[in-house]
Write a protein that binds this ligand. Structure first.
Ligand SMILES: Nc1ncnc2c1ncn2[C@@H]1O[C@H](COP(=O)(O)OP(=O)(O)OP(=O)(O)O)[C@@H](O)[C@H]1O
Length: 320
């Protein structure tokens, strides 16, 4: 194959979709590389589904372009659907057929001979943990089981890319965790590129190699979780809070002067010193305190992660 993680599998260039006056997707440019799990994170109405529909050739861009697995989805919608597996938030199955029958039906639709289809169905059902339930009618499946079957159904046609739109909607926390781990394992094993849309930051944070933050049709930032935090919080990467038995001026000045320090403030209410810094300098703070023979009563540090990003950019920005 000779492909590397660097090959772009999906390239979006100035992709735009307007519905009348509403700009649902606004000049989106994005590259997703082979084998990576990319999370499209954004609140409801941010334009995630519209972006996915354009990538699948199911709706035409107003402007800009998309190339998915070397194909222009607008020009070759059928070809793109052959290369891309799409799992919507609710998968349609034949409820009165069992899992094997459902998968073989999909295999047949994709031109896979029955014998091979059956083997692949068994293998994938094992992968998604449905071997025991494989002869049960899908109508009796729980939502979590349906989503796992959905993954097998998407994988049976051996796609280069799978696109998952809010795949964990309606699952309980345990089910979400399982599905996310499964997606990660399968992506690594089968070397498949995954695009996952979600408004739940925790799952995106856990499973994705890179994340794009999408708000009101615009991509605010993209990168791995750490670089996202750096892009959005360049000045306040770490917050260190500590309490001292005494606060001699010389000590406070030395702490203030530490490398990477940005600001140091005293919070009278909690009697805590709050240091904002470009790096975690809590060991250096502790050392200075000890050198001054002052007692360090408490010290805790937190890094700005997606939690803060989410709070700052997503809360209150829900369009629906
Ligand atoms: N067919 C349509 N006609 C008019 N407006 C639309 C259409 N489809 C989507 N929109 C609007 O475009 C915006 C983006 O919607 P989209 O469904 O892409 O968002 P989303 O991020 O996927 O959110 P959700 O998770 O709620 O689906 C919304 O304001 C939505 O109302």
């Amino acid at each position: 194959m000779g492909s590397t993680m660097e090959d772009p599998v999906i390239t979006l260039n100035g992709l735009t979709k307007r519905y009348g006056d509403l700009v649902a997707v606004d000049r989106l440019s994005l590259t997703i590389r082979r084998g990576e799990i990319f999370g499209l994170l954004g609140p409801n109405g941010a334009g995630k589904s519209t972006t996915i529909l354009m990538m699948l050739g199911m709706t035409e861009p107003s402007e800009g372009s998309a190339v998915v697995c070397g194909v222009d989805p607008t020009r070759q919608p059928i070809l793109v659907k052959k290369k891309v597996g799409y799992l919507a938030d609710d998968v349609g199955f034949y409820d009165d057929m069992n899992a094997v029958e459902n998968l073989m039906f999909t295999a047949r639709l994709n031109g896979i001979p029955d014998e091979e289809g059956r083997k692949e169905a068994d293998r994938l059902l094992e992968q998604v943990g449905l071997t025991e339930a494989k002869f049960k009618k899908v109508g009796t499946y729980s939502r979590g089981m349906r989503q796992r079957l959905g993954l097998a159904d998407v994988l049976i046609k051996r796609p280069e890319v799978i696109i998952l739109d809010e795949p964990t909607l309606g699952l309980d926390p345990e089910g979400i965790k399982e599905l996310m781990q499964l997606i990660r394992r399968l992506s690594r094993q089968e070397k498949i590129t995954v695009l996952l849309s979600s408004h739940q930051l925790h799952q995106v944070q856990e499973v994705c190699d890179r994340v794009g933050l999408f708000v009101r049709g615009k991509l605010l930032a993209q990168g791995d979780v750490e670089s996202l935090a750096n892009q959005l919080f360049p000045d306040e990467k770490v917050e260190i809070r500590f309490r001292l038995s005494q606060s001699p001026d010389t000590l406070i000045e030395e702490i203030r002067g530490l490398e990477h320090a940005i600001s140091l403030q005293h919070d009278a209410g909690s009697d805590e010193w709050i240091m904002r810094a470009h790096a975690d300098i809590s060991p250096q703070i502790a050392e200075l305190v000890v050198n001054h023979k002052v007692q360090l009563l408490s010290l805790k540090q937190k890094t700005f992660g997606l939690d803060e990003i989410y709070l700052r950019y997503f809360e209150g920005s829900e369009a629906s």
